[in-house]
Write a protein that binds this ligand. Structure first.
Ligand code: ASP
Length: 303
């Protein structure tokens, strides 16, 4: 089967480094607009999104166009999925049109892995259920490297709804390949202890002050209400215990970086003062998404 990008777990550290190096190459120089390249001219990418997305879908579209490819986006709401077509039938139909790659997001963990066994087309996972979101972890790593030079010797706190977060899982897989000290923090019901077994030394805590103590990076996560079938914590107390506020930043390292994959919920997991502060790299993450997705599409389509 053609190699797409299904997860971070199965990549080697060298693979990650190669993608990040190529992403750096695609970052536009400060103040420059990007010139369209010809690398993927004549190639067609289908963006198939069964779940909502603003950043990821747009960013794959821009990335494909900047490399000269044609890209068309299909969302579940406007497709035959809303008429009851199964996932396999939708993918077979699209496959019969012979696109060169399919970028897909789906609410079922493992959906892209399952389909990649049947379709002779590379699949890029743009987020599958609670499992992985590989390009998010790559763009997060690029953003951290931009600010800190490397991932070496860092302590990174990932705070929030870890249990339902594919962003957290992909980041844990990626950061652990680089020996980063990872601390996971959130309400006890949302921090599964199994995640600590992904790599040695992962810390778990329910105390946000403990998590941010000496952290070089604080990664906040959205509370994934759409994946919680019953309330995992009292909603009105979440911000009080796990929302990132200026008082936390005052206690953190003076050069701490605050990240969030978006969409952010101001006043639930992060305060506006912090989200809009100098410490926030949230918009850098969005910007880096394009460079990373260019590197990924090039790698998947040029092999
Ligand atoms: N945009 C990210 C994702 O699709 C994070 C989130 O939705 O909270 O997983």
């Amino acid at each position: 089967m053609p190699a797409g990008l299904l997860d971070i777990e199965s990549l080697s550290r060298n693979d990650v480094e190669a993608i990040l190096a190529r992403s750096k190459f695609f970052q536009p120089a400060a103040g420059q607009t990007f010139k369209r390249l010809d690398t993927l001219r004549g190639r067609t990418v289908v963006n198939l999104f069964f779940e909502s997305s603003t950043r990821t879908r747009t960013s794959f579209e821009i990335a494909a166009r900047r490399l000269g490819a044609d890209i068309l986006s299909i969302t579940a709401a406007g497709s035959s999925v809303s008429k009851g077509e199964s996932l396999v039938d939708t993918l077979n139909t699209l496959g019969a049109m012979r696109p060169d790659a399919i970028v897909m997001r789906h609410s079922a963990s493992g959906a892209p892995h399952f389909l990649s066994r049947y379709l002779p087309i590379p699949i890029v996972n743009a987020g599958d259920g609670t499992h992985e979101h590989p390009t998010q972890a790559l763009l997060d790593a690029l953003t951290i490297i931009d600010r800190r030079g490397s991932l070496d010797g860092l302590r990174i706190a990932i705070i929030g709804d870890i249990a339902h977060s594919r962003v957290a899982r992909s980041n844990i897989f990626l950061l652990s390949k680089f020996g980063v000290q990872i601390v996971l923090c959130g309400p006890a019901s949302l921090v599964p202890s199994e995640l600590a077994s992904i790599a040695p030394g992962i810390e778990l805590t329910t105390d946000i002050f403990k998590a941010i103590d000496n952290a070089h990076v604080i990664m906040m996560l959205r509370v994934q209400l759409e994946r919680q079938h019953e309330a995992a914590f009292p909603a009105n107390e979440y911000f009080q215990f796990f929302g990132l506020r200026p008082e936390h930043i005052e206690r953190a390292k003076p050069d701490v970086i605050v990240m969030h994959p978006g969409p952010i919920n101001r006043g639930r997991e992060i305060s506006s003062e912090v989200a809009d502060s100098q410490r926030s790299a949230i918009l850098n993450q969005v910007e880096n998404g394009i460079a990373v997705r260019m590197a990924v599409l090039e790698r998947v389509l040029m092999q």
